[in-house]
Design a binder for this molecule. Structure first.
Ligand SMILES: C[S@@+](CC[C@H](N)C(=O)[O-])C[C@H]1O[C@@H](n2cnc3c(N)ncnc32)[C@H](O)[C@@H]1O
Length: 405
């Protein structure tokens, strides 16, 4: 039983933050802590509090440190609760008295007075966050000159992008269109209530995530392999563009979502549950899309946990796997066929370095194939990040390269 209304959401947010920051779990894994909450609003609030703390962590800590004589240990519960209190007040516009009433019970039997005092000092002093979140120094160094525009994108959740099924644009929501078969809606739009959801006229997919499949063109019944396919956004695009798709993934849970997505949209694909490192196809493919597993740092706007969880160790491990997957996929392209490699990572090791090491014949991407404002690099690769088309709401970070068989 909740003693203070809303305290369940705060407890769940605290558990999520613990899972991400101490145990290195993803927000998706950590989000399980909110599943037991009785209503949608509380679950959404728990996720929003945890998300805002992760977006603004460095700046929230700086405020806390400015108001304590002796810095609180990094892993002190009082620090975590104060981060949540400040995020609610400064980012979610919760009145300070409501913040205090719902957060302090989390410190029952602990340093409640200390937390209350720090929060009161900061509210009295009208503390403010900077305009753009500060990145942890090692992350800023990794992202170099791209760090500032990316950080600007991290400040809030991204808008909602939809990809439309290619057989007509009737019964789809109004919105900005930055590419063929694309609609952009304001952040926070509830998906289930939009026109066309039940009929499967569209699916949720960031504009950058929609680029790799676009770059394979129309299928006209030819065979495509979607390697690492689940939950299937790109499988849907390929099937919708007339490819006869084999969709392979090694996660049965994620493949179940792919099946549901195919059923909702009325599109079809042959589904294979297998480890791409052991599987052998029964023939060659005219197109292969390798949307490789990656650190997903390019999704930092919707998954700000990656800013704090991902470091050189994870990047290196992913880069090894990506290189091996690309080497295998390269054997399965038919002569004259096309292979597209993509990752939703901002890290050079998972993009440019992998493409540089590939000895297939390059098929450089051209600006004409891409939405206006996205310009390929001189090598013919595409590198997107949240700073591109920022005036329209930006996009996820992706690396995309293409070769011919
Ligand atoms: C970036 S996600 C794919 C997203 C998907 N292409 C989409 O658009 O919805 C990478 C996928 O690779 C799968 N994966 C990771 N290692 C794999 C392996 N060795 N064999 C097959 N699939 C693998 C994961 O289960 C995950 O679904």
């Amino acid at each position: 039983m909740e003693t203070v209304p809303g305290s369940g959401a705060r407890k769940a947010a605290l558990k999520m933050l613990d899972a991400v920051l101490r145990r290195g779990e993803t927000m998706e894994q950590a989000g399980g802590a909110a599943n037991g909450l009785p209503n949608f609003a509380d679950r959404a609030l728990a996720r929003a509090i945890a998300g805002e703390v992760l977006r603004w962590l460095v700046d929230l800590d700086a405020l806390i440190d400015s108001a304590t004589a002796k810095p609180l240990p990094e892993d002190a519960k009082a620090r975590m609760v104060l981060r949540m209190m400040l995020a609610q007040w400064l980012r979610l516009d919760t009145p300070p008295h409501a913040v205090v009433a719902t957060a302090l019970p989390l410190l029952a039997g602990g340093p409640k007075r200390l937390a209350h005092g720090v929060f009161a000092t900061l509210t009295r002093g009208e503390a403010r966050l900077p305009h753009i979140p500060t990145l942890p120094p090692e992350v800023a160094a990794r992202w170099g000159e791209r760090a500032e525009p990316i950080a600007a994108g991290i400040g809030q959740p991204p808008p909602l992008d939809l990809t439309l099924r290619s057989d007509g644009t009737a019964d789809v929501p109004e919105g900005e269109s930055l590419a063929l078969l694309h609609r952009r809606l304001p952040r926070g739009t509830a998906v289930e209530n939009l026109p066309g959801f039940e009929k499967g006229a569209w699916w949720v997919q960031d504009l950058a995530a929609s680029l790799p499949a676009r770059l394979l063109g129309q299928g006209a019944g030819r065979r495509a392999l979607d390697l690492c396919a689940a939950p299937g956004g790109k499988t849907l695009q390929l099937a919708s563009a007339g490819w006869q798709v084999t969709a392979l993934d090694n996660s049965s849970r994620r493949l179940e979502r792919l099946r549901q997505n195919l059923a909702r949209t009325g599109l079809s694909a042959d589904i294979v549950e297998a480890d791409a490192m052991g599987w052998e196809p029964d023939g060659l493919f005219d197109a292969i899309l390798l949307d490789a597993p990656c650190t997903a740092t390019g999704t930092c706007r919707r998954n700000p946990d990656v800013i704090h969880r991902i470091g050189p160790r994870q990047i290196e491990a992913m880069a090894v796997l990506q290189g091996q997957l690309l080497e295998r996929a390269a054997n399965w392209i038919a002569p004259g066929g096309t292979l597209v490699y993509a990752t939703c990572s901002l890290e050079r090791e998972e993009g440019e370095d992998i493409a540089s090491a590939c000895d297939l014949t390059a098929d450089p991407l051209s600006a004409e194939e891409l939405p206006a404002g996205i310009v390929p690099k001189p090598e013919g690769w595409v590198r997107t990040d949240p700073g591109i088309l920022a005036e329209h709401g930006g996009m996820d970070g992706f690396f995309i390269a293409r070769w011919r068989g």
